[in-house]
Structures are given as structure tokens and as C-alpha cells.
Design a protein around this ligand. Sequence first.
Ligand SMILES: Cc1cc2nc3c(=O)[nH]c(=O)nc-3n(C[C@H](O)[C@H](O)[C@H](O)COP(=O)(O)O)c2cc1C
Length: 486
Amino acid sequence: MAPYDSLRDYAEALEKRGKFIRIKEMDQDKYEATAFYYKLMDRYKTNAPGFLIERMKINGKWYETPVVGNIFCGFDTVAQCFGVENISDNQAQMYNTSVEKVMSYLVNGKWKTIEPVVVDKKDAPCKQVILRGADADLSQFPWVKNNPDDGGQYISAGSFIMEDPELGRNVGTYRMQVKGPHKTGSYFTNQSHGYRFITRAGDRGEDKVDVAVAVGIDPISWMMSSTRLADLGEDEFAVAGGFRGKPVELVKCETSDLYVPAHAEFVIEGEVPMDIEQEGPYGEMLGYIGKQTNTLYMNVKAITHREKPWVYNNWPGIGGGYMTLPWDVGNLIRLKRMMPNLLKLYTPPETASLSIVCIDKKFPGEGIEAGMMVLGYRLVGFSKKMVIVVDKDVEPTDLARVFHAMGTRWQPVPASLLVHHSFHIPIDPSIKEDFLSSKIVIDATRQLPGEGGPDVFPADNRTVMEEKAKEAFDLVEKNWGKYFQK
Ligand SMILES: Cc1cc2nc3c(=O)[nH]c(=O)nc-3n(C[C@H](O)[C@H](O)[C@H](O)COP(=O)(O)O)c2cc1C
């Protein structure tokens, strides 16, 4: 039952619903797991199960440590993490119920927090095996090279934990290229809180920063680490506790005063020197091979792990590696304070730089206004390049209905806003100049006469049904099971 304390508790719950499979072995030297994942998504989309590959071949060696992926595919999995009852494959319903759940974690406009608790080492599964110094050798574990063009193997889903004397704790997900048995890259983009923590340490005259990286943690803490839900100075583990309704259990590191999730699969302890070297390239989250970069790195001092640990791997640009829904909710709440008739904000998991916004339009110009707000990087924390605004009768998670609205309600002129240069994430492969992109708002709401729309906009068939024969939908919902009985 949610909240799950560990990755494997959650995986077990997925397995009970038939949404997690175990596969005997895969040869990643032939990129078998990557090709499998693409094919899995092609065939099953949001119904694609999470998977655990029991053994994997990497660099000619068979590793007996399982590799796990795709555990957040479909909003039914997100709903499951938040303890929604009656999980189904109705994606819109699962999305909207999860949004309501996430909204319930707000108190007076702030995320509810529950401080983490510290547990004894003997009660911390992540301490079942402790490797220090030369024994802390990363090459013992199957870190995955996802793509032939990646610069190497990556610890792709680690949560970096750091402390700052004034700001407290930060937890953020940053990729780590495996650079040697005791060395990884640590790629903090300069918008990240992690980067701020490092630069602040540099400003204090420190020449290195203690870090600990937890791999394979409970689903809510993993979501917190992967999204900018907690503001700078807020502890992601305390916010995760608020979402969980139960504290996150932490345990002290072996080589520093940092505290890490006790139920993690792995914890990698080390330090990040104030030094830069080459990293990458890497198949990035937008689905393209990124450029080589100059970034910080980490020297590994200890590795602690569960007995028979699982490597949780993320294949950026394929499937459900992490959940973004709560991030949308955080942004919706913030923007709703300025524009109360903003009803929904949806970022399709496949395309982080596109959002669909649903409004209860009352006045001309509100579609474009809503779109402009979402385009503002500082307002939503992740750059959007394209915003599609739809009326309240269009379910934004149902892309068929969004396309229908675009095809039938949208007039490219005048119901578009083109911005020639605005701040954008540098990993977008279509931009020429780092951080600069053109952007567009597509106002696919019904255009009012004052906006150049027709004097009378005809009602669409489905809306008429929903308004004038609502009982028919209730009846069908009630009889749903019967239609499929043999
Ligand atoms: C699997 C995965 C990998 C990520 N890799 C990076 C990365 O390498 N560098 C980065 O700056 N952000 C990366 N992100 C995005 C950050 O985790 C996200 O912006 C988060 O908010 C960072 O935490 P912070 O806000 O405390 O900095 C990644 C996210 C995920 C889910």
C-alpha cells in the first residue's frame, strides 16, 4: 500500500497489478535493453510495464545485479504512488484524480512537510554491504550505456544529496558518467539548485563539496529529486514526507555528515572538487544526443548497498522513467493565483518543452494571456517552447481531443503568438544559440467575435452529448463491465 518506502515495495505493488515484468537476461553490449524499451513503448504506450532484467551483459561481462526501468509509465502508476483507490487504465481519470491528490498536499499555499527521521544503521537496508576506499569500485555494478553514441556508462538516476550551511539540504537528480572505478561525472546545469550549492561552497573558499548519491529510492522521494517542486532552501525529503504522510527514513553516511534514504538500493559517497573536465555526449531527455560538455566530477569514497541490489536506470527520451505530474500541479497552483480561470496544465511526459493549458475562457485575449504565462521560464521552472491553450470542454491529457480542437477551433492568424527570442533550455537540439529559442502560443480556444472568430461558434457533437444527455455517459460507466462479459 502507498506510500511505498522503497523502490522494491513499489515494484512489487506494480507486479501485483500485472504492470511489472521480470526478464531473464539481456545483452546490453548489443543494446538489447534499449531496443526492447523502444519496442515496448511502440506496442504498449501507457500500458507498457516496468521491467527488471535479472542479468545483463556489459563490456563483455555478465552482471548478476538486476537492472530496472520504466516504473512510471501511465498515470495509473502515478496514481498508485499517491494511494489513489480504484486504479484503472483510464488515463485522463487517473491524471485528474492524481492532480486532486497532489493539491491536497498544499496547506495555505505551501507544500505540507513532514521532517525526515534518522534510523539506526542496522535498520537501514542500504547499509547491508559497505564498501570503502579501493573496495568502493563502481565497475562491480551494471551501470548502463544506453546508446551507441553515449560517452560511456552512466549512473543515470541518482539523487545527489548536499548540504549548505544556510540553505540546508538539497536533493536533485543529475546524471553521472562513469569515468573510472572511483570517479564519475556530475552534470549540474547552471539553473539547478545543485549548481547553486556548489558555487556557494566555492564562494566560501571551499575546494570540494561532500556529496552522497542515492540510487533506487522510494517513488515520492525520487519524484521530488527529479522535479523543482521544492524551492531553494526547502528540503526535498521534508516535502516528500508531506506527500507521503509519513517521514522519509534517513541514515548517516559513512564518510561525511550527510544523511541518505535508508531504503535506497545504492548510496555512492564522495566529494566534488572545484574542477572541470569533459563529460558526455549523452542521449538527453528530449531524445537527442547532446553535446560534450565541461562539467564537475565526483571522487568516490564509499559505496553502500542492499544485498542483491537493483540498479535503477533511466533511458532518457523513452517511456516513463520519472513523474512530472506534481510539477505541473505546482505550476498550475502558482499561475492560478494570477489567473483563476486557468483550470488545468498538462505537460505530456514525452515532450517536456510543450504544455497544454485548459482555461474557462470569459474574455477575448485570455487564451494568449494564459499561454504567455506558461512560456515564462521563471514562472514554470522548466522552459516551454510551445503552449497549446484549449477550452474547458477539452481534456488536455487526451491528445486526440487537443488535436481536434486545433484542427477545428484554431485559426493560425490571429490566434497565435510568436515570440522570436526567449530564454530556453540549451539541450533543445533545434536552437542555434544556447539558451535562446523562438516560442509559440497556439490559442485553440473557440475564438470570440471580438478576437476575429465567427459570430456564432457551433457546438461540437460531444459537448452537446455531455450537456444534454449526461445520463447516457453515467449509464455507460455503470454498465462498462457488462459490455465486455463473454
Ligand atoms: C533521470 C533524470 C536525469 C536528470 N539529469 C540532470 C542532469 O544531468 N543535470 C541537471 O541539471 N538536471 C538533470 N535533471 C533535472 C533535475 O533533476 C531537475 O531539474 C531537478 O529539479 C534538480 O533538482 P534541483 O531543483 O534541486 O536542482 C534530470 C532529471 C531526471 C529525472
